[in-house]
Design a protein around this ligand. Structure first.
Ligand code: ADP
Ligand code: MG
Ligand code: ZN
Length: 472
């Protein structure tokens, strides 16, 4: 039987606020353990939470970017559970009136992955298991999170990874989160089920929590769908459970039976009054939304004349987009900018295993190289090796070319005198060229370039040779 894979993602993202969601402790990543906490975020009795206004603004911003409806009166709820990383024994989250609902993200081919809801909540602390002891760092307690929940509209591992990438791009574009997956600021819970092709009822799903790379999301969907298909094929059934994904082993292990909302005894958070979101706030946030990835692609293929393929590749990463837009603004050549990024730059990135966001050279350098080349001041060969120098050593193009004497001699006097000498020394080749042997000119160009130490524009040299032969 053929089975269809069904997947829904719940993505948690840490917000780029300076302070926590219900107190004014800092949120810096990597601070010494337990140096960024207070009575509120460690849940001491008698303390009261204060909602950080920036968190609400970020949530609305995110909702607008994801085409959501904004809930005008939104509330927080308590999700109760006991675990040492959560000293209050409840997490303040949103269940009944999440701040945004009913949005979508468009992936390739125009397919829409619907966003069921987006809500605000606080992060928990971190546990470190160290031999027999467990250490706790409460710095992360109360760090603001947005949880973005999709409908089960994703039908393959590739779609899951593409959706997650697009969501990351949107969050980064909008300055909502840095989405550093290795620091845990973007983590996905991956829900997977399978159902016979053509069936109208979804199969039983499993959930794999806290997956923190795109490739792991992809692997997890593939492996889990396969495991479930094999269970069904052999007449067994899929258990509704939470599983732990081990990316190194490329396999998942059962963790616990899936908990449901009633197990958490949710109730409205009594310490935080409902929040009213005004038209003015929504309007003012709308006005500061940047151009989103899909609009960018349309502009690149329309106004800037890039091919669909080039626009797609540039839009795979914010770092490419920023470099492309800067380079285009300096060179006024979108096509050259895209070609250099997709050619030389991506080549060096892939050979060195460097991520786009890790490019560390001065970003104007690429445009300067393109301009040096199109102004005929360096050869294409020099441009390529110059870019390599920029990529690895961050040299400044003009300076490097000057110091290493790599500029083309576009001094027509020097070219003319070199060509004259070559023509005088090679009457045979000149004669052949005059007899109609086009090839003979190649030899004359070669000799002239040699005399000029390779530092002249071949076009300029060819033109000079032709003119001089004609004039004689
Ligand atoms: P819960 O409240 O138990 O977490 P939700 O209805 O909020 O359940 O769904 C959580 C996630 O699981 C959503 O992203 C949803 O799209 C996904 N999901 C729900 N049912 C299925 C299913 N049968 N197969 C795959 N994913 C599913
Ligand atoms: Mg859920
Ligand atoms: Zn605090």
């Amino acid at each position: 039987m053929n089975y269809k894979t069904v997947c829904g993602l719940e993505i948690h993202t840490e917000l780029l606020t300076e302070t926590k969601i219900f107190c004014s402790c800092k949120t810096d990543f990597g601070a010494p353990p337990n140096t960024q906490c207070c009575e509120v975020c460690t849940g001491l009795p008698g303390t009261l939470p204060h909602v950080n206004k920036r968190v609400v603004e970020f949530a609305v911003r995110c909702g607008l970017a994801l085409n959501c409806k904004i809930t005008r009166i939104t509330k927080f709820d308590r999700k109760n559970y006991f675990y040492p990383d959560l000293p209050k024994a409840y997490q303040i989250s949103q269940l009944y009136l999440p701040i945004c609902t009913d949005g979508y993200v468009e992936i390739s081919g125009g397919k829409r992955i619907r966003i069921k809801e987006l809500h605000m909540e606080e992060d928990a602390g971190k546990l470190f298991h160290d031999g027999k002891r467990t250490l706790i760092d409460y710095n992360r307690c109360g760090v603001p999170l947005l949880e973005i929940v999709t409908e089960p509209d994703i039908n393959s591992a590739d779609e899951a990874a593409e959706f997650a990438r697009q969501l990351r791009d949107i969050l980064r574009f909008c300055g909502i989160s840095d989405c550093k997956m290795q620091e845990g600021s973007l983590r996905a819970d991956v829900n997977v089920s399978v159902m016979p092709e053509g069936a109208d009822k979804l199969g039983t799903r499993t959930e794999m929590k806290n997956i923190n790379s795109f490739s792991a999301i992809q692997n997890a969907v593939n492996a889990e769908a396969k495991r479930q298909r094999e269970l069904l094929e052999s007449g067994q059934s899929v258990a509704l459970e939470t599983r732990r994904w081990d990316d190194r082993e490329n396999t998942s292990y059962p963790m616990r039976k899936k908990e449901e909302a009633q197990h958490y005894k949710y109730f409205p958070e009594p310490d935080i009054p409902p929040i009213e979101i005004s038209d003015e706030l929504i309007e003012s946030i709308k006005n500061t939304l940047p151009e989103l990835p899909s609009a960018k692609k349309a502009r690149y293929t329309g106004e800037l004349g890039l091919s669909e393929y080039d626009a797609d590749v540039i839009c795979t990463d914010m770092a490419y987009i920023e470099l492309f837009e800067l380079t285009t603004s300096i060179t006024s050549s979108p096509k050259d900018s895209a070609n250099w990024i997709m050619g030389e730059l991506m080549h060096h990135l892939s050979v060195t295993g460097t991520l786009p966001e890790e490019m560390s050279f001065r970003k104007e350098s690429l445009a300067e190289i393109i301009n040096l080349l199109s102004d005929n001041r360096i050869t294409r060969e020099t441009a390529k090796s110059l870019f390599e120098k920029v990529f690895f050593d961050n040299v400044i193009p003009e300076e490097y070319i000057k110091e290493n004497d790599l500029f083309l001699q576009n001094n027509s006097k020097e070219i003319a005198s070199a060509v004259r000498e070559v023509l005088e020394a090679n009457p045979k080749a000149v004669g052949e060229y005059l007899d109609g042997k086009e090839k003979a000119i190649g030899f004359l160009i070669g000799q002239s370039m040699k005399k000029l130490g390779g530092k002249a524009s071949p076009n300029e040299v060819t033109k000079t040779i032709k003119e001089m032969i004609k004039d004689n």
